[in-house]
Design a binder for this molecule. Structure first.
Ligand code: COA
Length: 264
């Protein structure tokens, strides 16, 4: 399905869903620079691929989604400039996920620690297997989260939970993650991919322009002052009123039939 051959990723498709698998199982899918670069390329390719409507991101093996940034690579960093550049690279991948017009559903199949947890938070919807564990253990290494973790934990979970995770470095299990809103669902490991793909399939039946606009409105405006954010919502709403799919969606409802989206 992908035109590019990847070393550290598997990219497959099932109908309108792309499945991207972080694939360094021997090191619990630790995120090295090459993997992050490949993930950026894969996301950009999937953005351009008109037959793909949603992306499921998961990790290979039964133990980990990703156990963080590659600590071997981290240990070789020298100087603030190099450190900040490393952080910006990881942050960039999470921004690509957020800015992708197609929903990214993260299927967390085990450890999601450090950069793994941060990558998961870059996705739009997170489903966890019963054995998943989440955490931001960077303080054990003498650093802080660098791929957006200090900010997205605050936004997604609120200050108390964000401080708990980032200051203690302790991990939480899938049910605690569900309770604090870090994940939206917990399922047995054997059902994880089925459920993630089911959600992707549901999204694929909805109007494509509306899905992209919803992502833009939510990911793009949530940090703004409410009046500014509401204006973005109004503009996105207005633009959709001019779409063929809005005509089709309302007509299909009134005619009691399924809509046939053109994506225009
Ligand atoms: N970077 C590089 N290698 C990693 C890694 C990481 N973030 N996480 C795990 N690995 C490697 C281990 O070094 C080990 O390699 P080896 O077999 O060559 O020794 C292999 O993956 C398996 O990990 P191991 O530690 O033996 O598994 P475990 O079940 O005992 O423990 C974890 C699992 C996730 C608790 C443990 O690997 C861990 O704490 N990893 C680091 C988590 C972290 O601090 N992430 C934040 C980085 S910023």
């Amino acid at each position: 399905m992908s035109t590019t051959a990847f070393e550290h990723l598997l990219v497959e498709s099932e109908g309108t869903t792309a499945i991207v698998t972080l694939n360094r199982p021997k090191v619990l899918n630790a995120l090295n620079a090459a993997l992050l670069s490949e993930l950026s390329v894969a996301l950009l390719e999937l953005e351009r691929n008109a037959s793909i409507r949603a992306i499921v991101l998961t990790g290979s093996g039964e133990k980990a989604f990703a156990a963080g940034a590659d600590i071997g690579e981290l240990s070789a960093l020298r100087g603030a400039r190099e450190g900040s550049a490393k952080a910006r690279t990881g942050q960039g991948v999470t921004r690509l996920m957020e800015r992708c017009s197609k929903p990214v559903i993260v299927a967390v199949n085990g450890y999601a620690l450090g950069g793994g947890c941060e990558l998961a938070m870059g996705g739009d919807i997170r489903i966890a297997s019963e054995n998943a564990r989440f955490g931001q253990p960077e303080v054990n290494l003498g650093i802080i989260p660098g791929y957006g973790g200090s900010q997205r934990t605050m936004r997604l979970l609120g200050a108390g939970m964000a401080m708990y995770l980032c200051l203690t470095g302790e991990t939480i299990d899938a049910h605690q993650a569900l309770q604090c809103g870090l994940v939206q669902k917990v399922v047995p490991a054997a059902e994880l991919m089925t459920e993630a793909k089911r959600i992707a399939g549901v999204i694929a039946t909805r109007a494509p322009l509306a899905i992209a606009a919803a992502k833009r409105a939510m990911n793009g405006a949530a940090h703004l002052a409410l009046d500014d954010a509401l204006e973005i919502e109004a503009l996105e709403f207005g633009a959709l009123i001019e779409s063929d799919d809005f005509r089709e969606g309302t007509a299909a409802f009134l005619e009691k039939r399924k809509p046939a989206w053109s994506g225009h």
